[in-house]
Design a protein around this ligand. Sequence first.
Ligand code: ASP
Ligand code: MG
Length: 427
Amino acid sequence: MLVYKFGGASIADAGRMAALLPLITEAKEPLLVVMSALGKTTNALEAIVNAACKDQKEEAMGLAKKLEQQHLDHAMKLLNDSYYSKARNALQGHFEALALAIQTTDPKHYDRSYDQVVSLGEIFSTCIFSHWLLQNNLASEWIDIRNVIRTDDTFRDAVVDWDQSQKNAQEIGAILNQGKVVITQGFIGATADGLSVTLGREGSDYTAAILAAMLGAASVTIWKDVEGLQNADPKQFPNTVKINEISYNEVIEMAFYGAQIIHPKTIKPLQNNGIRLYVKCFLNPTREGTMIQQEVTAAYPPLIALKENQVLIQATTRDFSFITEDNLSALYSIFHDLKIKINLIQNAAISFVACIDNREDRVAALIPALGENYKVTVNEKVTLLTIRHYTPEAVDDLTKGRQTFLRQETRKTVQVVMDGSPVGSLQ
Ligand code: ASP
Ligand code: MG
C-alpha cells in the first residue's frame, strides 16, 4: 500500500483540489490519503481560539462564520448540486462542533482549548475532498483519524500511544483490503477520554509516517508545490538546486539546523521500518522529485540551513579561572532548567559561548542566571548558518561581507554565527 500526504497549499482552492483526482486514480497500489487543512485554515483557527480565550467569544463566532462560508464556497465550486448538498450538511455539523468548542474554551486550559478548536481544520478539508471522490465514483471511505491515533494529553504536542493506535489502525487496513481508497486527516488524534489533540504545527507529515509504519506501507509521498527538496530554502536564496536523493539522517540534521523541509518527527518511523519517502510536486507529477531513504551514494551539493533571529551569549569567569567539567555541568543545568535549547556551543579556557533562539522571556531569565557567577556578553539578532557538505566557495559566498562571531568546522559541516542574514547567490 501507499500513503499520499497533501498539504494545505495543494488543496487551497477548488481547482487544485480537483486536479488531485488523477493522482489518486492512477496510484498503482491500495492508497491511504492523509490531508492537511485548506490553505491557511489552521492559522484562522488559531485566531479564533485566541479571541475566544480572551473572552471575545462573539468575535470568535464571527471569524468561524467566515471560515464556514469559505469552506462552503470551496465545496460549491468543486461539487455538483447533489454532492454539494450532502457535503454542506456534513460541514454544517462539523461547524456546529466548532461553535461548541468556541463556547467551551477555557483560558485556564489554553492548550486543551486550542486543540478542540484547531483540530477541526483537517475534518473540514477531508469532508469536502471525500465528497469529491464519491462524486467521481471512486470507491473510497472517510475516516475520522481521532478514532485511530490515540495519544496522551500533552495538548498541542501529543505523544502517540503506538500500541493502541496500531490496533485501531487495523480498521484502515481492512477498508484498504476491500479495494477502497481511505481518506483521512493529518495533524490530529484523540486522548483515551475522547478529547481532540494536535501533534504540533505542520504535523500532517508525521501522521502520514505513523500510519505508513503501522500499516506497513511501501512508501510515503508528500505532495508539495515545489519540485522536491532543494539544497536551501528558495525563499532565502535565488539559485537553489534540487536534491534527487537524500538519506534520512541528512534530512534530520538539516531539520535540526533550521531547514524547514519536513516535520522533524516524520523521519524516525519511516527509518525504523525502511519505508521510502518521496517528495513530489503535484503541479508536475511526472517529474522525479526527491527520494529519501537509508543510504545514498550520489554526492550532495552543499546543503544550507539558516536559523535567523539568534542570540549569542558568552559567559566568562570573573576571576579568570578555567571553565572545567564542573562549571560546564552547572552551565548546562541553567539552560536545561530554563528549557532553552542550545543550537551551537563552544567553550574556551575561561569562557563558554552558546547560540540560542531569541525567545525574549527565556533570554531575559537566562542573563541574570548566568550573571550570578559569570560576566555575560550578548549579541542579538545574529544568524546561524549551517552548511553540510560544504565547499570553500560556498562558505565564502555565504559569509561574504558579514561580521562573523563564531565559526566551527568538522569534516562535513561548517557552522558560522554572523550578523544579519547572508545574501549569498549560491553559484
Ligand atoms: N494544518 C496543520 C498546520 O498548518 C498541519 C499541517 O499542515 O501539517 O500546521
Ligand atoms: Mg497546514
